[in-house]
Design a protein around this ligand. Structure first.
Ligand SMILES: NC(=O)c1ccc[n+]([C@@H]2O[C@H](COP(=O)([O-])OP(=O)(O)OC[C@H]3O[C@@H](n4cnc5c(N)ncnc54)[C@H](OP(=O)(O)O)[C@@H]3O)[C@@H](O)[C@H]2O)c1
Length: 339
């Protein structure tokens, strides 16, 4: 397959808009269909979208007519990219798979299904290999945005880690376009995000574990998470304290983080960051307003005291945590001959 034809469910939402932006002029992924909620089906994309991500609506989608999520509207594509809300996603996605259509999804339902790979390409692209044994059509899940961002810098040091204590400071855009009212978050910090702490724990353990055809072996490390929402538009920050299994010098950690490369870098995939983990030397880094990289995870404040390591990390929840990871997964699957 030279070109990969895709359609996007939830194309008018925050994640869908980023997919459209990232796929404008993509060398081999072609957007062949766009879908939104039933009230917008039949309208031209440019007439009904509330475009609010940086830049203008790419010309190539302005006149595309929105379709439904029904399999009949996606018969001619190779993969459907789903950015549907969690409460409607599984019903639509399972209908597509049952109708013989492959799906890569951002939504949370079935992420922990032992037969469904949960993929952060640089971290666990090998988990995609189970699809070689799958006889019918497949669905691949993207991790929760925070789990995607955090699992990256853990990968090159995972053999050193016994336990993790994490506090997140998550951007408002993580809750979607209609997610939080201005009054609720302006000048405020909300120390609770429903379901988030559990997802970060179990998803990191799945991503850093081993995937077999019908089961996975989790990494099985205790991960204690406190998730907070802060008045930042874009970019999730996390303060991580890792309990290590031996005393380790911070320079050794930095060397491992800076040296980390994986299949997407080796294959020079179009959406892969050349340096997936950026260790920043500035004492006050990383900051969402200054250091946000679309696909790389930024790391600062690297300190060890005996066997305790502190890292502050930052990643783009909409790109690295959602739209960009979806596209990088497709590129990785093509590089592996799975598409
Ligand atoms: N925001 C993030 O940082 C982030 C990160 C990782 C994963 N995710 C996940 O990605 C998914 C999308 O998130 P988002 O932030 O882009 O949400 P969003 O901004 O609220 O967008 C939701 C999209 O789904 C469409 N939609 C709503 N109800 C529908 C229905 N019944 N049938 C068909 N389409 C429907 C909406 O269309 P209308 O415009 O017509 O309403 C819109 O295009 C969610 O599952 C979320 O958990 C989000």
């Amino acid at each position: 397959m030279d070109r990969v034809r895709v359609s996007i469910l939830g194309a008018t939402g925050l994640v869908g808009q980023w997919m459209i932006k990232l796929l404008a002029n993509h060398p081999f992924i072609e957007v062949a269909g766009l879908s939104a909620s039933p009230g917008k089906v039949g309208s031209k994309y440019g007439d009904v979208v509330h475009w609010f991500i940086p830049g203008d609506i790419p010309e190539y989608v302005r006149d595309m007519v929105l379709v439904s999520t029904d399999p009949a509207d996606h018969k001619t594509v190779d993969v459907v990219l789903s950015a549907l809300p969690n409460d409607v996603a599984w019903s639509a996605e399972s209908k597509l798979v049952n109708a013989g259509i492959n799906v890569v999804s951002n939504a949370s339902p079935e992420r922990m299904n032992p037969r469904i790979p949960l993929i952060n390409p640089e971290v666990n692209w090998e988990h995609l290999n189970i699809l070689r044994e799958v006889k019918n059509n497949w669905i691949v899940k993207n991790p929760n945005c925070t789990a995607a961002i955090i699992s990256m810098p853990l990968k090159p040091i995972q053999d050193l880690i016994d336990a993790l204590h994490i506090v997140t400071l998550q951007a408002v855009s993580g809750a979607g376009y209609m997610g939080l009212s201005y009054l609720a978050i302006d000048g405020n910090v909300i120390p609770f995000i429903k379901g988030e702490e559990e997802k970060i724990d179990i998803e990191i353990n799945k991503i850093l574990g081993k995937q077999f055809l019908d089961r996975y072996e989790p990494w099985s490390r205790p991960i204690y998470v406190t998730a907070t929402r802060v008045p930042v538009k874009y970019g999730h920050t996390a303060v991580i304290h890792a309990i290590l299994n031996r005393d380790t010098d911070a320079n050794q950690i930095i060397e491992r983080l800076r040296g980390f490369r994986s299949l997407p870098q080796e294959k020079e995939l179009p959406t892969a960051p050349r340096e997936p983990i950026k260790v920043l030397d500035r004492v006050d880094a990383p900051q969402p307003a200054r250091d946000l990289d679309p696909m790389a995870v930024s790391v600062g404040r690297v300190v060890t005291r005996n066997n305790v390591l502190r890292l502050v990390i930052l990643g783009d929840n909409l790109v690295r945590g959602a739209a960009g990871i979806t596209i990088l997964t497709i590129e990785t699957m093509k590089a592996l001959g799975l598409l």
